[in-house]
Design a protein around this ligand. Sequence first.
Ligand SMILES: [Zn+2]
Length: 271
Amino acid sequence: MTAGVDWLEVGDRVFTRRYRFYDQQIGVVLGDGEALVIDTRTTPGHARELIADIARLTPFQVRQVVDTHWHADHVFGNHDFRPATIWGQERCRSRLLENGERQRAKLVSSLPDLADDLASLVIDPPDRTFAETAALQVGGRRVELSFIGRGHTDADIVIVVPDTDVLFAGDLLENDAVPFFGAGYPLEWPATVERLLALVSGPVVPGHGSIGDRAFVERQLGEFEAVVAAARRLHAGEIDRTEALAAMPYEPASSIEPLDRALAQLRGELD
Ligand SMILES: [Zn+2]
């Protein structure tokens, strides 16, 4: 599937739409008379576009939103979905309250074309939070949210619709690009993805890039393990930095941030 095409039904009344902007996957779950959306995109303008796209998919109102984590591209559209209830892990809320304005400023400087759109943004964190698990009802359908450990951030959750075999992985998994490590916990990421793997029984929807399967998750797990191995050997003085970068599973230019983040965690700087 290529980016920018229409909604794809990945399970019974479970849809994804892949947006060109940041190559992002957005999910929709339809129940009896209501809809749930998974992630809300980067700006109010993006959120309005998403709302219009959902209106072409279903006449049902979005009554509930799930934020997979606190990164701007997953939560900055939240306010446009009110009065919907917004679900997220407890640190999704606290981090967004603490760093939302910093995220906005960073986006404005890197994407000046979106400055006006971002200026109108109301940062609106989840109001229904949980530490480990939550189960919600979408028009009679159960949807399960789980925090299974730190990885891409300290607040990533996975979403399962138990009457289908679809798993939404948020940015714990990204396809067709190097995952973003800048706010990550590389040493814990492999164990988190192992727990995720135990939940896989069908399509796996990453936060960005094409939809995958069990083999995709296993491949990503192997790469996360290789990042940790390279960082540990460098940290222990067994190899030098050039050798560590060569041992990374990504091309050299994309390996610096993952390696340095893993080293920072090995030095105890991230806790
Ligand atoms: Zn992210």
